[in-house]
Write a protein that binds this ligand. Sequence first.
Ligand SMILES: Cc1cc2nc3c(=O)[nH]c(=O)nc-3n(C[C@H](O)[C@H](O)[C@H](O)COP(=O)(O)O)c2cc1C
Length: 179
Amino acid sequence: MKKKNILFILSGSIACFKACGLISQLAKEGCSVKAVCTQNALQFIGLATLEGLTGKPVYYDMFAGREAGTEHISLTKWADITLVCPASGNIINKMAAGIGDDCATTLFLSHDFKKPFVIAPAMNQNIYTNPATQAALAKLKSWGVDVLPTAEGRLACGDAGPGRMLEPAAIRAALEKYL
Ligand SMILES: Cc1cc2nc3c(=O)[nH]c(=O)nc-3n(C[C@H](O)[C@H](O)[C@H](O)COP(=O)(O)O)c2cc1C
């Protein structure tokens, strides 16, 4: 198996802690993982953890701490698979609207649709069932984005319903066809 390059984008959700387990597993399997964070994801997870798990710098600010300065394009070229995990309601709606106002959403705008782009939604059931979010998910699917389902159950806020992010093992299983 060719060693795959995985661009792992995290957005602002409590499910960031689950994403760390998946990053760790993919790295252990021999994948090369580069992490990208929204500014809000950094409220939930630290750079040191992501750098430690991936062994690479984390891309979170388009205008500072850059290597080449054009990572919003070069990371797209580097990636064999792009995964947004967790995908917040906000990032889903921004991607569907074609907004690129940070590293993560600009990488969606520069995505090459010959390669897989997978999202693992994670949110409260009202955010998930909001007509804006459902329309955004439908639009992303129609463009070829692989939108993973959510699980039903107890959410971090104490509510219950759909929107709970799949467990890392289920997301790993969904990636199998690309690996
Ligand atoms: C404690 C806490 C947990 C949150 N969890 C989620 C979540 O699981 N899913 C979601 O869509 N938004 C969640 N939010 C709200 C997002 O973080 C917020 O919409 C933010 O603007 C998302 O930004 P980003 O998509 O750029 O990362 C949470 C907010 C807080 C304070």
